[in-house]
Write a protein that binds this ligand. Structure first.
Ligand code: FAD
Length: 498
């Protein structure tokens, strides 16, 4: 049989992936074309829905992520069919997808929203763990209850949250960059946040605001089993998970630099970074190193070897493209993502992509950059849905305004964080100026100026500056006359620019 002989049904639109990007795309399609047959094919038994959406300013947005049963979507949109299976094969010439349970579906237009998976140093469960979805977070939690010492490798958002949240277990934090959190921050912001690692944490909120559902996988090996990737967790992924280790001791995050993992008697090279010891003064030898054996040993570039119970590899993600590439001709970006244009169209006809799986390859606005974050997964899914519907209706559509300015709201070490535009002077070379305002334990404000105009900002703490700064970046007003008064705490900047 060829795939075409086995077609179950042909849909006008098929969306693959039940994460934020896929679900937002499906909602947009089902809403815009209520008579069109839409299918959502997803490997995970639950979908991720955006709730409590709030437009904070013109571009800045805030929302929660809720895991929901797929029936919620089907009840809302009668034209939607949810298919619980993973796509194994795609044939873009015949417009067909085949799922893991052997069924074949046709499509007129397809959107791939299959997300990304952790880039692990090495595949070696349970000694090396990556955190991506509810299952891997629960596996991590299970291992942590028995752990006395763990090594966290990586310097992005996940590593940053882990070293802050984990308690009762010694944490060795292996960072190859000069500062912590370099994906989001510069050295100044890192210095502002470092004291929080040793400080007492505020009481946790008792309840987890994200609803969770138990995952029952079929035991007969068919359908979506635990090997299928689930959706990536949202920003409050650690809430409701008790991240406590075996020993109730104060957590120390030790900043070190890594290049080798040594497990039992094996050396596995994972890089060759030079030793930089910015935080060496904080470093003290680990107790009990010689007196016990550990399941895993990590050898760092500073020559020190640490035994630990397991390693958390939080060193970025790889787009989930494999099942879609075989036999097709997708153009891939250097980071492995499916290249998409400003209409979220890939290089294959009638195939769109959105969220972590794709790489935005249009001419970006000078104030926007792609980062694999849930805000962008929502925005891309929404834009892809609009573009697919517009194409079906032969309408034209422009790139949405949200891609004019990079914006992200998050929380690190319990501080509210707003990131705007070229917040880390990305791609500006040396042609920029910085203005800083820093109040220990309270706020950190950084403004990036180019040619006297604001092109980026980092706001940590309750600064109330986000809306004004968003406006100043969007309207590109010449701020030269205001000089350093821009951050003068005695001037009410909001009134100033009203
Ligand atoms: P995903 O949410 O990964 O969804 C992919 C979907 O595709 C899943 O439903 C999966 O089951 C399905 N799928 C995959 N392959 C197939 C297939 N072959 N067939 C069918 N279905 C398939 N972002 C932030 O903005 N702030 C944060 O603080 C933050 N913290 C994070 C913490 C952690 C631990 C992690 C892992 C991520 C975090 N992120 C954060 C990133 C954010 O979660 C992702 O950028 C976002 O969820 C991506 O959404 P997506 O829809 O593209 O992909």
């Amino acid at each position: 049989f060829t795939m075409a002989d086995k077609i179950e049904k042909t849909f006008k639109f098929v969306v693959v992936g039940g994460g934020i990007a896929g679900v937002t795309c499906v909602e947009q399609l089902s809403y815009s074309l209520q008579s069109a047959d839409v299918a959502l094919i997803t490997a995970s038994p639950h979908i991720k829905a955006v709730t409590n959406y709030k437009q904070v300013a013109k571009v800045l947005e805030e929302f929660d992520v809720e895991e929901q049963p797929t029936s919620v979507l089907e009840e809302k949109f009668p034209n939607l069919t949810v298919i619980h299976s993973a796509v194994n094969t795609l044939n873009t010439r015949s417009h067909l997808v085949e799922t893991a349970d052997g069924k074949v579906y046709g499509y007129e237009k397809l959107c791939i929203c299959s997300g990304a998976r952790p880039k692990l140093l090495i595949q070696d469960k349970p000694y090396v763990l990556g955190i991506r979805d509810t299952d891997s977070a629960q596996e991590f939690q299970k291992q942590l209850t028995k752990a006395r010492k763990i090594v966290v490798v990586g310097n992005g958002g996940i590593a940053l949250e882990l070293v802050y949240e984990v308690e009762g277990c010694e944490v060795i934090w292996a960072v190859k960059d000069k500062t912590i959190g370099n994906t989001f921050f510069d050295a100044g912001a890192a210095q502002f946040l470092i004291p929080s690692l040793g400080a007492d944490k505020p009481e946790r909120e008792a309840a987890c605001k994200r609803t969770r559902y138990t995952t029952d996988y079929p035991t007969d090996g068919r359908g979506s089993g635990p090997t299928e990737p689930g959706s990536a967790l949202g920003p409050d992924w650690h809430r409701g998970l008790v991240l406590k280790g075996a020993e109730w001791v104060r957590t120390f995050a030790k900043l070190l630099f890594w290049n080798l993992i040594l497990k039992r008697d094996m050396f596995i090279s994972v890089g060759n970074k030079t030793l930089l010891t910015l935080f060496k003064k904080n470093f003290s030898p680990c107790c009990g190193q010689a007196s016990r054996t550990w399941p895993v040993y990590v050898l760092l570039t500073n020559g020190k070897t640490f035994g630990c119970d397991f390693v958390v590899s939080a060193t970025g993600v790889i787009p989930n493209t494999e099942p879609f590439l075989r036999g097709n001709n997708f153009a891939l970006a250097d980071d492995g993502g499916l290249r998409v244009d400003d209409h979220m169209v890939t290089s294959e006809p009638d195939v769109y992509a959105a969220g972590d799986v794709c790489t935005a390859c249009w001419d970006h606005s000078p104030l926007w950059q792609q980062m694999r974050l849930w805000t962008q997964a929502r925005q891309m899914g929404w834009h892809a849905g609009r573009c697919m519907a517009a194409c079906a209706l032969s309408e034209t559509i422009e790139l949405d305004f949200c891609f004019e300015l990079f914006s992200h709201i998050t929380k690190f070490f319990n501080y509210k964080v707003f990131l705007l535009g070229k917040f880390n002077a990305q791609g500006l070379g040396s042609d920029y100026e910085l203005l800083l305002r820093y109040t220990k334990g309270e706020e950190y404000v950084k403004v990036v100026l180019q040619g006297g105009r604001m092109v980026g900002a980092v706001l940590i703490g309750e600064t109330d500056l986000e809306e004004t700064f968003e406006n100043l970046i969007l309207n590109q007003m010449d701020l030269t006359p205001y000089g350093e008064d821009l951050l003068n705490p005695n001037i009410d900047i909001e009134d100033y620019f009203d």
